[in-house]
Ligand binder design. Sequence first.
Ligand SMILES: [Zn+2]
Ligand SMILES: [Zn+2]
Length: 697
Amino acid sequence: MSDLRHLSLDGEASLEVWIRVALDVPIEGLFDYRCAPGVAVGDRVIVSFGRRNMIGLVVELPSEPRCDPSLVKTVETVLKDIPPMTASWLKFTKFAADYYQRPLGEVVMPALPVALRSLSAYQGKRSAGGPVERLDQRRAPKLKSTEPSTAPELNAAQQHAVTLISAAQGFQPFLLYGITGSGKTEVYLHAAAKTLARGQRVLLLVPEINLTPQFEQSLRARLEPVAGPGGVAVLHSALSDGERLRAWLRVQRGEAKLVLGTRLSIFAPLDDVGLIVVDEEHDPSYKQQDGLRYSARDLAVWRARDLGIPVVLGSATPSLESWVHAEKENYKRLDLPARAREVTLPSVRLVDTRRLKMEHGLSVQLLDAMRARLDNREQVLIFLNRRGYAPALHCTSCGWVSQCPRCTTFTVLHRTTPGRHQLHCHHCGYQQRVPQACPDCGDQDMQPIGRGTQRIEEHLGMLFPEARVARIDADSTRKKGSAQALFASVHAGEVDILVGTQMVAKGHDFTNLGLVGILNADAMLFSQDFRAPERLFAQLMQVAGRAGRHTGHGEVIVQTGYPEQSVYQALLKHDYSGFASHTMREREAAMLPPFSHQALLSAEARELNIALDFLQAAKEAAQGLLQAQQTETLITLYDPVPLRIVRVDNMCRAQLLVEATHRPALQALLRHWLALLHDHPDLRRVRWQLEVDPLEI
Ligand SMILES: [Zn+2]
Ligand SMILES: [Zn+2]
């Protein structure tokens, strides 16, 4: 590494500057080092921390260190292989760190490509020159050339939306509310093209699942004529480290004018942005579920405000948060009422399963409708959000049920190869052979309980021997490229009946799909989470929207034991706004988000009591702070409770909910509270984390 030490100290104290560095370590605060001059805020440095070296980011050049200068270590190396991260980017990441109450290092470092933050890339055997130089020496893979495609003509509502977005001056959030097939994407593309033509850049966020190669291709075809060759960069989690670095560098160097990406690309080093778009803004995949638990959608709005630019949130089923903003006119609502291709919406039928005799979980009504569609050479989608063969195995003589030894949950029966089964835990990954006989009573009559996608696929194969049945779920698409191949065969008409989980719900435009059957949606309805109906409705609308997109006369059949529930009643009429008003009133009465703000402190320990005691102590500490801050009337602290699935992988889990009517009071509490929690004596036995604006409770 000696050739990389070009900026290291030569020992002359007069030439030193102090730097403050953000490191990705689970310790609060920033870390001071000495460094030779020439280092800039936004540069990366190799420093020694504890017993090892790591890469960190310089975030300040303080005039003096926070601790005894004689204790301050010297930077090993300043990395100058990329330009420093900009002030506007740092401001944005600081906001995210403050808002979500995490150390800055946990925000800035994971936002960089792996190659730019891992020491081995700079200090390993093959490190000569570092990853950036090595990449630059390699020839860039030739981008597949795209045939430029021309934009279709917009209808009046689309045109209106594009005009307003393009005319927006300064910060302006838009909620683009349009049913599936109403042409939201065309609005994004037109608005993006106008922004690019003005010489500004565009950030387009999509949920992970929407980022199909087809979408990327059509986007390139449409926007490369404006953005220039190579002017579109794509950032998502399926990229290899090298691909990701290459795309990221094109963004940082300003070559990429439009960035298309999933949630992490909200942290792309993109200056001169003129427009941010968040497609399917309600999608839970915008929320990071570990580490920095951020919402890319919420950060997109903040970033747009900070930059003074328009931001477009698009959805057929907006989150209640965004809907309420639109009702209060914080966001401007743009409606796309019609399906762009002028085909009618699918009709929805609820089949009440309470008094029905079902055949393998399928009602006569659904089977008849399937037969009719198949006879008419149309495709059928059976939606069941439960993978595996059956949710559990049980003994018919004594009632034994297959259970995970490490979690308080059932193990799911999976068919591994035809005729062979295994039990899998979906929570900890535990796998087990199916016992030959009941472990409790020795009886050999073990039966699966309920149905997962594999079992439904098997039944349908028997019920429709002539039909070609395929299944798309996390199990059938494990191999790289297999999901693409499966979807391609559906598009090519090689599949008559498709069985799938939520993987098939979004974004796929099946041209010949006439019927969607929805099984077991009720399971989601009675979750304890107050957002469950909202999420279910969004999912049902999305699945339903797959039917009849091209043929018209599509049909959706929902099997339910609770047809009177508002979710289903609203689905019958494709009535999101009715559903939203109803749900909004309920939330307002109960003072739930978006009418209040929440934070969730979760703890896990080997024994439940330890986790609960920690949370109880945390609650009492918070009560003390509320009294001191005189904000008791603004903030409610609930009692610590165990999670519904209390034990996962032998750790017992509990949580404490904090609810506030006033966001600044909540943020003030959290800041001081965190400092106290970090000093709690029980930390050896408890793992805890705090989540701001939790999505799941
Ligand atoms: Zn038994
Ligand atoms: Zn388990």
